[in-house]
Design a protein around this ligand. Structure first.
Ligand SMILES: [Zn+2]
Ligand SMILES: [Zn+2]
Length: 268
């Protein structure tokens, strides 16, 4: 996912080999050298595969926690910027707040990017949440995501489809476990907890091809958001195509006008 704001481009995760990633960026109307900062959620291939090469070829600044860098050896060979899950750091016009999430690697993290350095819980301007690859949502994550103006959230599997699907029992247990992936119903509970009048965009991400369908994920999220009185947009991120650009400004005007041209493109 790429956040474009104030002439700066921040990408959360880089999960394709560089040529495929560049192809997706170009399809989104971006040049690969437009990317300034890349923030990695964790060290699985589908989140880091193109990061080190992007740093070498295009000079991307790459942010990764120790567990991510340790797991993905290529990241040790590039200049990179470390963060501790739970800490915040500045990347261009964004303050990126991080929190640890339970997943089956060390130092997996989720994020809230807040434009122009506003505190995480101040009145919202541009506040974009990104949370994928987590077995469940800790309270600290739910608190962080409250007040987001846009949110990308994993909605990985339908519990029944996982139980009756093609995965062997041990893999079912991993995916559905506390350190696996967020089910549709757990994602719905997060959405119920964090929806507020300013939330403009919800993107469901990391939808399994084998244990879920976009329609099931959307229906589950829609039911939860309807209860919360949500009036923004709801999308299922496709695996093979781009989504966006989406306007991530809050729906409810809080904290003054929002500069034009802010957009979010799901390119990864
Ligand atoms: Zn993943
Ligand atoms: Zn993962």
């Amino acid at each position: 996912m790429v956040l474009a704001h104030a002439g700066h481009h921040l990408m959360f995760d880089a999960g394709f080999e560089l040529p495929a990633l560049v192809e997706r960026l170009r399809a989104a109307g971006l040049h690969p050298w437009d990317i300034d900062d890349v923030v990695l959620s964790h060290g699985h291939r589908d989140h880091v595969a193109g990061a080190a090469a992007g740093a070498q070829v295009y000079g991307w600044r790459v942010w990764g926690a120790l567990g991510t860098v340790w797991r993905w050896r290529a990241l040790r060979d590039i200049p990179r910027l470390p963060f501790e899950p739970g800490a915040s750091f500045a990347a261009g016009p964004w303050t990126v707040h991080t929190t640890g999430v339970p997943h089956d690697v060390d130092d997996a993290a989720a994020f809230l990017a807040v434009a122009d350095g506003a505190p995480a819980n101040a009145d919202p301007a541009l506040r974009v949440g990104y949370a994928t690859d987590l077995g469940r949502a800790p309270d600290a994550l739910v608190d962080l995501l409250r007040g987001a103006s846009a949110l990308v959230l994993e909605s990985n599997h339908d519990r029944e489809l996982l139980r009756t699907g093609p995965y062997p029992p041990d893999r079912q247990a991993r995916v559905g476990g506390e350190h696996g992936h967020l089910s549709n119903d757990r994602a719905a509970a997060v959405l119920r907890a964090v929806a507020h009048p300013g939330l403009a965009q919800v993107v469901l991400a990391h939808i399994s091809r084998h244990n879920n369908t976009p329609a099931l994920a959307l229906a589950s999220a829609r039911a939860a958001l309807d209860v919360a009185g949500y009036e923004g947009a709801l999308h299922a991120a496709p695996q093979d195509a781009l989504l966006g650009p989406l306007d991530v400004a809050p729906l409810a005007a809080v904290g003054g006008p929002i500069a034009a041209g802010n957009g979010m493109t799901c390119a990864a």
